[in-house]
Design a protein around this ligand. Structure first.
Ligand code: ZN
Length: 612
């Protein structure tokens, strides 16, 4: 036992915070930030404008409701400098400076903060003001119990505790090496349920908040295999000392945000496994895919980072053209890991890949924007999608995962098949993850060339150029050619069985409204627009759920009259019904006529072994 534990609580650091669920019913956290030796010229504080992992300016400071500064019990003048910064008046006599402020927390997402009488959740980026000049030094934070008695509330977080300074429920003092670490450990408090498992000596905890009937034993058993596979992919030891899945269970939700030793997740109740559940329902597979995705980020983006993120600049957009690598490759491995770790079978895996291929083919935005451009413009396009998104944007997640698959197959085709994408990931881990040195925007192509060159002399620059064309260009990923070389049949079909209007629609009350109008479709050609309320097709009402049946009675090429309301004005359009594009892809294992070499390549890819 050391001095700290005998005295009960360790001394606060030179930068010390407290946070308390002060008024859960009003969704208010009270936060203090005390700086022992503030800037003599006037201490500046600021709150991040965005949270790493979610590339959009969110201006979290708009949720600061009241703020004041004090020293020695006296009020200190506080000047607002811009939308997220304040400066306290200079202090005499080396007094310490304390900010006291309230943060409104009513954003039920993994990105911000949420507080009510049932639980509290926060990301540090939403609640902890950064004192300028002190973000590189250690800090402490006291997570205080709620003001009103909240029976059974406990704290769950991967933020390290100060030894002996927390009570049994986890309320007490925590520490971080710097501000970057402080805001990289989200915190959940409430009456959550949890279960633990160990992988390669690392304790993992699954925390579930919200009402649920999850079969935690099943969930942990599946996660254990997934986590073990990922740790083994990059090599022991695991980069974290413990890991926490902070999971908020809701009626309808899906999302996750990665952190260095934890992830915050939002999942649908119906997707959780239940006691007695048979097989692997689709919803559970996609839930495991989400857990797997965020866990893979522990390596790919939390430690292997673009140079543009080392360090993060949290007050402005941080531009990189490489999100196809950090999100796309992670999206490839999140599902592949389920197969390789034995959680799903090959048929299930091929369905997931086919779905990704179909999703990319459905959007004509893929013909206009490369995944490199999509990465760079994530801040204003991918994260701020409107009704025109399918016509204008390509997802660096989905197309990026297809590029990863194509590169994996390409590498496996070189030489005697001894090299794969796994080797590239391990190389990035060795060269960047372990050292923390960011990857330059061009450097990734050098790594790819080196891995390819290792497989086959002379293949390096050709492979790197091939990949560069895929990420910088708008050509479709050549999976229809590559997959059959690995014994996978690729079939493109027409989606649905009715003539095509080229629009998406949704029920709004008793109305059916157009939500998206797709490039090249009859609806766009005629002038039908997003927001139009569909009234009638050839004089017969379009009711919720009726449109497909109505369309199904016409042949392709038929002329129809569509009535819509726009701005309450009745408009009519004449449309020529078209055949739906062939963008539904199906994949299956070819069984007949496969050469032994192809069979071997396929099983090497699916199992993760090398061919030779
Ligand atoms: Zn991700």
């Amino acid at each position: 036992m050391n001095e700290q534990t005998r005295s009960g609580i360790a001394a606060p650091a030179a930068v010390h915070y407290t946070i308390q669920a002060r008024q859960p019913q009003a969704h208010l956290f009270e936060v203090t930030c005390e700086v022992a030796r503030p800037d003599p010229a006037g201490q500046v504080f600021s709150l991040p404008a965005w949270i790493p992992g979610s590339y959009m300016i969110r201006e979290f400071a708009r949720n600061i409701v009241r703020i004041r500064a004090e020293a020695n019990g006296q009020v200190v003048a506080l000047e607002k400098l811009d939308k997220h910064s304040w400066r306290a008046a200079p202090l005499a006599n080396g007094a310490s400076l304390k900010l006291v402020y309230e943060v409104y927390a009513w954003d039920l997402s993994v990105r911000a903060a949420h507080l009510d009488q049932t639980h509290g959740f926060f990301n540090g980026t939403s609640v902890f003001l950064a004192p300028a000049g002190f973000t590189g030094i250690p800090c402490t934070v006291d997570i205080l119990p709620p003001c009103k008695v909240a029976d059974g509330w406990r704290v769950a977080t991967a933020l390290p505790r100060v030894a002996g300074a927390c009570d049994a429920a986890g309320f007490g003092r925590y520490h971080a090496a710097d501000y970057d670490e402080l805001v990289d450990h989200p915190v959940e408090m409430g009456t959550w349920q949890s279960a633990t498992f160990t992988v390669h000596g690392v304790p993992h905890e699954v925390v579930l908040s919200g009402r649920q009937d999850c079969d935690l034993e099943r969930l942990c058993a599946d996660l254990q295999r997934i986590c073990a596979w990922q740790i083994e992919l990059f090599g022991l030891p695991a980069p974290m000392q413990r890991y926490v899945f902070l999971t908020m269970v809701v009626g309808d939700g899906y999302g996750g945000l990665e952190h260095r030793a934890s992830t915050a997740l939002l999942v649908s109740r119906k997707d959780l496994p239940y006691v007695g559940m048979k097989d692997m329902p689709e919803g559970y597979v996609s839930l495991l895919g989400l857990f797997s995705h965020e866990y893979f980020h522990s390596w790919n983006v939390k430690r292997i980072k673009p140079a543009a993120f080392t360090p993060y600049r949290l007050e402005v957009e941080n531009y990189t053209r490489l999100l196809w690598l950090f999100e796309g490759f992670t999206s490839y491995y999140d599902d592949l890991c389920l197969l390789r770790s034995g959680v799903i079978d090959t048929a299930q895996y091929l369905r997931l890949v086919a779905k990704n291929i179909s999703t990319v083919l459905r959007g004509s935005g893929r013909l206009k924007q490369s995944v490199a451009e999509s990465s760079f413009d994530a801040w204003t396009k991918y994260y701020r999608q409107d009704e025109n998104a399918p016509n204008a944007i390509v997802s660096y997640y989905t197309k990026g995962s297809l590029i990863a698959l194509a590169l994996d197959l390409k590498l496996r085709s070189l030489g005697s098949g001894t090299v794969s994408l796994d080797d590239l990931m391990r190389r990035l881990w060795q060269a960047h993850g372990l050292s923390g040195r960011g990857i330059g925007e061009e450097e990734i192509f050098e790594h790819i060339a080196a891995v390819a060159e290792h497989a086959q002399a002379g293949a390096g620059s050709e492979t790197a150029n091939w990949l560069r064309a895929l990420v910088e260009g708008t050509e479709d990923v050549p999976l229809a050619t590559l997959l059959p070389q690995f014994g996978i049949a690729y079939t493109a079909k027409v989606e649905g069985s009715v003539p095509w209007l080229g629009l998406k629609h949704a029920t709004r009350g008793v109305d059916v409204a157009v939500t998206q109008v797709l490039d090249g479709g009859p609806a766009q050609a005629a002038g039908v627009s997003a927001g139009d309320v569909l009234v009638a097709l050839d004089g017969l009402r379009v009711a919720p759920g009726s449109l497909d049946a109505q369309l199904g009675r016409y042949p392709v090429g038929a002329q129809v009259m569509l009535h819509v309301f726009r701005r309450d004005e009745l408009m009519q359009f004449s449309l020529t019904l078209a055949a739906a594009p062939q963008n539904k892809v199906e994949l299956s294992e070819c069984e007949d006529g496969l050469s032994p070499a192809t069979q071997q390549r396929r099983s090497a890819w699916l199992s993760g072994q090398s061919s030779s």
